[in-house]
Design a binder for this molecule. Structure first.
Ligand SMILES: [Fe+2]
Length: 299
């Protein structure tokens, strides 16, 4: 079957056929997928029964793995179920049992149900995230994606001018506070020191602008916190209207790849008594390009 991408919504997201993600890709396949990512921002690959080593090898064909070992990060404090290079987004503890509803790791995972862009709280936020569905619950557990380019394009002129040069502060603390999880250790608070990100970022290849939003964004430089929170809340509401959203219904063997530079996503509810085993590899990104640094580029 030849390489092809079938659009999944009128504005973004596509389903790829004609690629075997478990085997090394030819250079032209890597180039086609990269070009597809630039255009669609989310790509779905069905029937890809990856093991961890294959998922890591597939990912590394597109760049360097994100590699942070910041002490104080809750997921690193606990002993890990999986090896290096791949992150555990399951509801399982290190022994393979469903984790307790009181587990602090579970509280952190629940925060992923807020709209966000992966690693926006790091100085160099993530490029692509690749999530592999290994065990899928019988109900729920969808992942939703929102196209931040289409959201930017649809801003009214006054709001578009208002966001142009704004700088936000992102921290895991803000997104966890938003679900009432404030019981963080001093070490965690130190590890979650806010980082600054432009609210409008420019894609390095296409030059398209997008809103760089996330529930990790909790402040706007020069604004009061209440004013900033309400402004950001309104923007997220605008950016996640149904016409900008693709909802992925998982099947075992799906690999979903998204570009964090031009999308947000959120996990959805499922029965926590069922196993959900999804595993993520992440590509390191560069600093976000602000609109002010891209004058003359295509808007
Ligand atoms: Fe995420």
């Amino acid at each position: 079957m030849p390489f092809a991408i079938r659009p999944l919504t009128p504005v973004f997201a596509g389903e790829v056929s004609g690629v075997d993600c478990t085997a090394p890709l030819a250079p032209h396949e890597v180039a086609s997928i990269d070009a597809g990512m630039d255009r669609y921002a989310v790509l779905v690959f069905r029937d890809q029964p990856l093991d961890d080593a294959q998922q890591i090898a597939f990912t590394r064909q597109f760049g360097e793995l994100e590699n942070y070992a910041s002490p104080g990060h809750i997921r690193i404090q606990k002993e890990q179920r999986l090896g290096p290079g791949i992150a555990d987004f399951s509801n399982l503890d290190r022994d393979g049992n469903i984790m307790s509803a009181e587990d602090r790791v579970w509280f952190f995972k629940l925060g992923d149900r807020l709209w966000h862009s992966d690693s926006s709280f790091r100085p160099n936020p993530a490029k692509y995230s690749l999530l592999s569905g290994r065990v899928i619950p019988s109900w729920g557990a969808d992942t939703e994606f929102a196209d931040m380019r289409a959201a930017y394009d649809a801003l009214d002129p006054r709001t578009r001018a208002a966001v142009e040069d704004l700088v936000c502060e992102h921290s895991l603390m803000y997104s966890r506070e938003a679900i009432g999880f404030t019981d963080l250790t001093a070490e965690e608070r130190a590890a979650f020191t806010p980082v600054r990100q432009p609210l409008v970022r420019v894609h390095p290849v296409t030059g398209r602008r997008s809103l760089f939003l996330a529930s990790h964004a909790g402040a706007i430089v020069g604004w009061t916190i209440p004013e900033a929170r309400m402004f950001l809340r309104d923007l997220v509401e605008h950016a996640t209207q149904p016409e900008f959203v693709y909802r992925h219904k998982w099947q075992v063997g799906d690999l979903v790849v998204w570009d964090n530079r031009q999308t947000m996503h959120r996990a959805r509810n499922f029965d926590r008594n069922e196993v959900r085993d999804v595993r993520r590899t992440t590509l390191a990104g560069d600093r976000a390009i602000p609109a002010s640094a891209a004058v003359g580029q295509a808007a």
